[in-house]
Design a protein around this ligand. Structure first.
Ligand code: ADP
Ligand code: 5GP
Length: 192
């Protein structure tokens, strides 16, 4: 049985921050490194933060069926490579995907056993402040598009049985950890 956690929610809501904190509390949870066609932000490393691919390479891999899911977001492509999941699922290693809404919907169809959590901001203003606060050029160049997409994504949170509001970070991490221990790690135990 796959022990897969999907964390979704608008860009800038704190998904990456929450997952980093979660993995300190649940070290056996491994992170799926996504592929993307966007450029690296300062400090981002190929193979650690993302697999940074050219448009041609992404398209070739998509056509070859190498993605579990993939989507366009803010003019760029993002996707989960099967190689990030298959071997871990086989070994029973729990794995977390940090992906946007369209990808989460695809995973819901193809991997219904995966546990999905929507991360919501305390308010739209707080989301805007966090996105701007991150301050990278790529985000700022597409800020309006990202905020518009965020509005649409927030409207979809009712699709998710588990919603964690990322207001105070410590509380949100604790809530996410509770979901993981209840759903993901239990699923793994059941399969053993
Ligand atoms: P995402 O991965 O969803 O795009 P990030 O994890 O990059 O979001 O977080 C976006 C920004 O918001 C970062 O600058 C991060 O430090 C900040 N942030 C995350 N969680 C909180 C929180 N609970 N309160 C205030 N700021 C936060
Ligand atoms: P960013 O450019 O801010 O790193 O990511 C933009 C959005 O793409 C975020 O909402 C992030 O969760 C999402 N994303 C990252 N990796 C993937 C992926 O593999 N698949 C999908 N569908 N979305 C992803």
């Amino acid at each position: 049985m796959a022990a897969v956690l999907v964390v979704t929610g608008p860009s800038g809501v704190g998904k990456g921050t929450l997952i980093e904190n979660l993995r300190q509390r649940v070290p056996e949870l491994e992170l799926s490194v996504s592929a993307t066609t966007r450029r690296p932000r300062p400090g981002e490393t190929h193979g650690v933060d993302y697999w940074f691919l050219t448009d041609e390479e992404f398209e070739r891999r998509a056509a070859a069926g190498e993605f579990v899911e993939h989507a366009a977001y803010s003019g760029r492509r993002y996707g989960t490579l099967r190689t990030e999941l298959d071997e871990r699922v086989e070994r029973g290693v729990p794995v977390v995907l940090e992906i946007e809404l369209q990808g989460a919907r695809q995973v819901r169809r193809t991997m219904p056993a995966a546990v999905q959590v929507f991360i919501a901001p305390p308010s739209f203003e707080a989301l805007r402040t966090r996105l701007v606060g991150r301050g990278d050029t790529e985000t700022m160049a597409h800020l309006d598009a990202r905020l518009q997409t965020a509005r649409e994504e927030l409207a979809a949170q009712d699709e998710f049985a588990e919603v964690v509001v990322n207001d105070r970070l410590e509380e949100a991490v604790a809530a996410l950890e509770a979901v993981v221990r209840r759903g993901v790690l239990k699923a793994k135990g059941d399969a053993a």
